[in-house]
Design a binder for this molecule. Structure first.
Ligand code: 4AD
Length: 446
């Protein structure tokens, strides 16, 4: 096919029409320039001798308006089809957009039958509805925005750690340890039963591997998929989720750890608010912790239990000292504290895994562990100082002991659930709407 630009070149080799993303076209000042865009049609309407299209290519929430002369006689042009368009970028007379594309050529690359397509033109579909189409939901406005924000949030988390001197460690996905000691493992089945010679599992946390590295680096992190076979249909549990985990050596108090958790949360959120303003705007119920000077509310577990006990009639689960905090308790505490992020510290020793540092404060025996609770979600981060004292650990885990024999230092770390972070900053109710392909019990579509 020859390009309509009159250079005599085929479209493929024509350099006069510049390939650009719709995001770049929308902000371009280069009106009059010849451009080429490729994307999917969001709407089509005809008026007099013209067709007005809205085209999206995933690069921005706002589509580009394209105006084509009806003479172009475009075959197969419908809502949802894929198009390849060249034309001239012009200043738009309308208030709705700065620029529009006057098409010289519109080619339908992939047709779409709008009757069978599950999303209808100009209709608002609920997140529950679009969740049924994991293979197509990236074509909706809301999920498109979510995916752009998710990508930017992941970059912000890596930047935070890199800018603060953390070394990224690629912790393994297949492991022979059960970090949390919980019975929520996916076992890896190998045809040859002698392949690993020990039972192998998908990781539930990279913590133990980070602790190994914290024996040589002062600050390390990992950010990757983790797996838990939780038999839960809750709105905040997935079987496969991403976790940002940090481990820091030579820290001696929970305050040092909370400072990093708070900074990570604030810096990433500020980044999203400035870099993804339009997409974030679509999720109107988001909170903006960046507007707060500090996530400065810290209460102890014992204080939390006091608050909850005074309101025990509101809860299904018990609120006695020694009971684990349930989602209903966490959400209540956040509301009670003014609907802002809140740290809860010093949990009962028996509630926390073997690695949490013993506060040795009998008779109320607690561990130096901390959770960050946030509005709309409850627990976002879980962390602790680690038990580095060999004597106290001796009765616990054999392999873990070796880490403490050779140059052991006080250290601590935490993990932040990435999907829960997105739930929190966007106000998304169901965690399944924050991940491209959700996996949970009885659900592994596509
Ligand atoms: O509190 P958790 O279980 O902590 C750990 O795994 C530690 N080993 C982390 C560490 O210290 N390096 O999990 C950390 C966070 C939770 O606060 C929550 O946000 C998220 O991971 N999380 C889940 N997110 C989605 N689905 C699930 N099933 C989750 N389980 C935990």
């Amino acid at each position: 096919r020859f390009c309509p630009c009159a250079t005599g070149r085929t479209q493929q080799y024509c350099t006069s029409a510049k390939n650009i993303s719709i995001r770049d076209a929308l902000t371009s000042l280069d009106t009059g320039s010849n451009i080429r865009i490729r994307g999917w049609v969001r709407s089509v309407r005809s008026q007099k001798n013209h067709l007005f299209l809205h085209v999206s290519d995933g690069s921005s929430l706002q589509p580009l308006q394209v105006i084509a002369n009806s003479d172009l006689n475009i075959r197969g042009l419908t809502f949802g089809c894929a198009v390849d368009i060249t034309g001239s970028l012009e200043k738009s007379p309308s208030q709705k957009q700065k620029v529009e594309l006057q098409a010289q050529r519109v080619e339908v690359v992939g047709e779409c039958d709008p009757v069978d397509f599950p999303f209808k033109i100009k209709e608002r579909h609920s997140l529950e509805y679009i969740r049924q189409f994991p293979h197509l939901r990236c074509r909706t406005n809301s999920f498109g925005s979510l995916l752009r924000i998710r990508s930017e949030a992941a970059a912000a988390i890596h930047s935070y750690f890199r800018d603060n001197g953390f070394v990224q460690i690629h912790t393994p996905i297949i492991t022979s340890n059960d970090c949390e000691g919980a019975g929520e493992l996916f076992q890896v089945e190998v045809k040859n039963p002698h392949f690993f010679s020990v039972p192998a599992y998908l990781t539930v946390s990279g913590q133990l591997h980070l602790e190994v590295m914290a024996g040589a680096f002062p600050a390390v992190y990992t950010f990757g998929p983790t797996f838990r076979a939780e038999n839960s249909q809750s709105r905040r549990h997935l079987a496969e989720f991403y976790m940002a985990e940090a481990e820091i050596s030579f820290i001696e108090s929970l305050e040092d750890l909370m400072k990093v958790m708070e900074d990570l949360f604030k810096t990433s959120t500020e980044h999203l608010l400035s870099q993804c303003a339009e997409d974030m705007g679509l999720f109107h119920k988001f909170i903006s912790p960046g507007q707060r000077e500090k996530v400065d509310l810290i209460i102890s577990y014992t204080e939390a239990i006091d608050i909850l006990s005074r309101n025990s009639e509101q809860f299904t689960f018990k609120t006695e000292w020694g009971c684990d905090l349930q989602t209903e308790h966490e959400k209540f505490l956040v509301k009670h504290c003014g609907n802002v992020p809140v740290f809860v510290t010093d949990y009962p020793y028996d509630l926390k895994p073997f690695y949490a540092r013993d506060n040795q404060d009998q008779p109320r025996h607690t561990a130096a562990a901390v959770d960050l609770l946030v509005p709309g979600v409850g627990e976002l981060c879980g962390g602790s100082l680690r038990e580095e004292r060999l004597e106290l650990l001796k009765t616990r885990l054999a392999r873990y002991l070796q880490l403490r024999q050779f140059g052991s230092v006080p250290h601590g770390g935490f993990g932040m659930g990435f999907e829960r972070y997105l739930q929190c900053v966007l106000g998304v109710k169901n965690i399944k709407d924050t991940i491209p392909f959700a996996r949970s019990s009885r659900s592994c579509l596509l």
